[in-house]
Design a protein around this ligand. Structure first.
Ligand SMILES: Nc1ncnc2c1ncn2[C@@H]1O[C@H](COP(=O)(O)OP(=O)(O)OP(=O)(O)O)[C@@H](O)[C@H]1O
Length: 255
């Protein structure tokens, strides 16, 4: 998929969000979109998914089946989870059995009969992910997919992303929480000042505000920390913020 000379703003005379952007994606690429709040990450993702049209420039060779999961799934719709996902499966010409399969994999089979407006935010977010995954997308666009997910699903999502990429799909993700850091071959595109450009992973590690990370050549060790379940998430976020790789044991799922 190729983005050529793309420019976009929401209204005439509004400031440009993106201007003269050129990007190229190959089959199997997994790309992280980073940038400050308001930089234009969601806008770029919606343009890539085809939900917004560039005012100038083109996006060519977009795969036929596009899955897009928004940052906030609009759950105020008068359907049950099963009804909504079955409808989306028909729209996307997916095998209807995928509905149960994704519900199971995302840990929400027990909620299939629940109405969308009654779901918790985390469960609604998973419905947004599930509908995007239906029908074997050739382009999967995920806007902050890790936000609000339980630990089990957070651990599962990189595996799902890897499977889509292995089948030749393009995966493009904004990931504020850095959950995909360390993902093999991850590309990184930084959005800001109306541009979007690829940055090398090494450069990306040295963000201006981030504390120094471990130098690649430095030896590493594994430090096991026992912490109350109620504090685990906060501590993990803090350690990740300092650039460490953090994995949580299953006990955290109990929160
Ligand atoms: N529907 C809209 N109508 C008008 N302006 C919008 C709309 N959506 C976003 N914007 C503006 O476009 C700019 C980029 O917003 P966008 O949501 O793409 O940023 P972002 O990088 O995803 O931010 P965040 O990290 O806070 O999610 C912002 O100035 C925002 O106010």
């Amino acid at each position: 998929m190729r983005v050529s000379n793309l420019s976009f703003r929401y209204r005439r005379r509004a400031p440009w969000v993106l201007s003269n952007v050129d990007l190229a994606f190959a089959r199997g690429d997994v790309t992280e979109i980073v940038g400050r709040n308001g930089a234009g990450k969601s806008t770029l993702l919606r343009l890539l998914a085809g939900l917004l049209r560039p005012l100038d420039g083109t996006i060519s060779e977009r795969p036929d089946v596009v899955g897009y999961a928004p940052e906030r799934f609009p759950s105020g719709q008068p359907f049950t989870m099963a009804g909504y996902l079955r409808h989306m499966a028909r729209v996307r010409r997916a095998d209807p059995r995928e509905v149960e399969a994704w519900a199971e994999r995302l840990g929400m089979s027990h909620l299939l009969g629940h109405r969308l407006p009654d779901l918790s935010m985390g469960s609604a977010h998973k419905v947004g992910l599930a509908q995007a995954l239906l029908g074997d997308p050739g382009l999967l666009v995920l806007d902050e997919p890790f936000a609000g997910l339980d630990a089990t699903t957070r651990a599962e999502l990189p595996l799902i992303i890897a499977e889509v990429a292995e089948r030749g799909g393009l995966v493009i993700v904004s990931d504020h929480q850095g959950e995909l850091r360390g993902f093999p071959g991850l590309r990184r595109i930084e959005v800001g000042e109306t541009t979007a450009r690829e940055v090398a992973p090494e450069v990306a590690a040295a963000e201006p505000d981030a504390p120094p990370r471990t130098a690649p050549e430095e030896a590493v060790t594994i430090l096991e920390v026992v912490v109350a379940v109620s504090r685990a998430r906060e501590l993990a976020d803090r350690l990740r913020g300092e650039g460490h790789t953090v994995r949580m044991s299953d006990a955290e799922v109990a929160e």
